[in-house]
Structure formats: structure tokens, C-alpha cells
Design a protein around this ligand. Structure first.
Ligand SMILES: *[C@@H]1O[C@H](CO)[C@@H](O)[C@H](O)[C@H]1NC(C)=O
Ligand SMILES: *[C@@H]1O[C@H](CO)[C@@H](O)[C@H](O)[C@H]1NC(C)=O
Length: 178
């Protein structure tokens, strides 16, 4: 399923190579309301002056097998609905170790400059933060035209011995790309 969606959007990228002259991201809505209280005692995210701030207290160690499911939805014109255009699953513990320089690696690399997130697993219980992160410096892929999008990030911890997935946290953003 994921592969199908991915290959469709990949061919879309090849067909529509429209340079976006101005990359301005307007954040319309953002929330990380859903988190696993066995893993986080608190999790807050707020935006101020076009900068994102995040704070959480991690209670349990994160080990290799942390995945991030990313889904992009586009707002349909003349309706209130959103349609999924892209989904991708990232292995967060090996992301930065990978030599391939994909878009997501670039995204998360800039995160680490604005906070105290650990770049490699295991990630020990501790207080972690992201401070004054300017999301307008994000690289915007060319397949995202100007328009309204919903982006969902869901993190899970996969237990490698038996394949059990524990939900960690889910964040959702509604953005307008200008
Ligand atoms: C978050 O949880 C930690 C550990 O339980 C606590 O020390 C801290 O004060 C909490 N922060 C907020 C903003 O509630
Ligand atoms: C949250 O984490 C705990 C501890 O690993 C786990 O037992 C529980 O199933 C998790 N909750 C969800 C919804 O995955």
C-alpha cells in the first residue's frame, strides 16, 4: 500500500517539475495532542512568531525500531475534504546514519540544530526540547504546489523480538504553502 502511493507520487514528481519561486509556509493549525503516557509525562508544542517550540519529558528509553509514519494530504478545491497524496515510513534511529541524503534527512537534520534531541538511539529518558525552530527554512519538495496541506506524523516504537508496535506520539499540522 505504502509503496503504491509512493510510486504514484514519485511519477508525479517526474511529470510536474514546477519550480516554486517563493517558499513561504503558513502554519494554520498544529497539535501533538495524542501521546503515550507510558513514554512521555508531558508533551507540548507551540508556535510563536513563525517559530516552533516543543518540549517533552521522555520516561522510557527509545531503542532501535523507532518509526515515523508521515502522511501528506492535499486540500481539495471546491470541497472541505483532504486527499492523501503521499505516505512514507522512516526508520528514525538509522535516518541520520544513512548516507543517502533524502528530503526527510534534510528536514530532521535542521531540527537537531535547534534543540537537544539525540541523533542516535538509544535515546535515554530525559527532558528534550526544540526552541525557536524556523520552519520557513524547510526544504519544500517540488511536488507540493502552492495550496493547503495536512501533514501527519505518527511515531511508534517497534519491538524487534516480536514485532509489537507501541504508539508513541502523533502530531498533525495544517499548512498553506504560498
Ligand atoms: C514534565 O514532566 C517532568 C517529569 O515528570 C516534570 O519534571 C516537568 O515539570 C513537567 N513539565 C511540565 C511543563 O509539566
Ligand atoms: C504505550 O506504551 C506502553 C509501554 O510500552 C505499552 O504497553 C502500550 O501498549 C502503549 N500504548 C499504545 C496505544 O501503543
Amino acid at each position: 500500500m505504502a509503496k503504491v502511493v509512493l510510486s504514484i507520487s514519485m511519477s508525479l514528481i517526474c511529470l510536474i517539475i514546477v519550480p516554486i519561486p517563493t517558499n513561504k509556509i503558513l502554519l494554520l493549525e498544529s497539535q501533538c495532542g495524542n501521546f503515550n503516557r507510558s513514554y512521555f509525562s508531558n508533551f507540548t508544542m507551540f508556535v510563536k512568531n513563525s517559530q516552533m517550540n516543543m518540549e517533552f519529558f521522555l520516561l522510557r528509553v527509545l531503542v532501535p525500531g523507532v518509526t515515523m509514519d508521515i502522511e501528506f494530504f492535499i486540500s481539495m478545491q471546491n470541497s472541505y475534504g483532504f486527499q492523501k497524496i503521499f505516505q512514507y515510513t522512516l526508520d528514525m534511529c538509522s535516518l541520520l546514519a544513512q548516507r543517502r541524503n533524502n528530503m526527510f534527512k534534510k528536514w530532521f537534520a535542521t531540527f537537531f540544530d535547534s534543540g537537544n534531541f539525540k541523533k542516535y538511539c538509544p535515546v535515554e529518558p530525559n527532558f528534550y526540547y526544540l526552541k525557536n525552530y524556523n520552519y520557513n527554512t524547510l526544504f519544500i519538495p517540488k511536488f507540493l504546489y502552492a495550496g493547503k496541506y495536512r501533514v501527519k506524523f505518527d511515531m511508534n516504537q517497534l519491538r524487534k523480538i516480536d514485532g509489537v508496535r507501541y504508539f508513541l506520539v502523533g502530531c498533525a499540522f495544517e499548512v498553506e504553502i504560498k
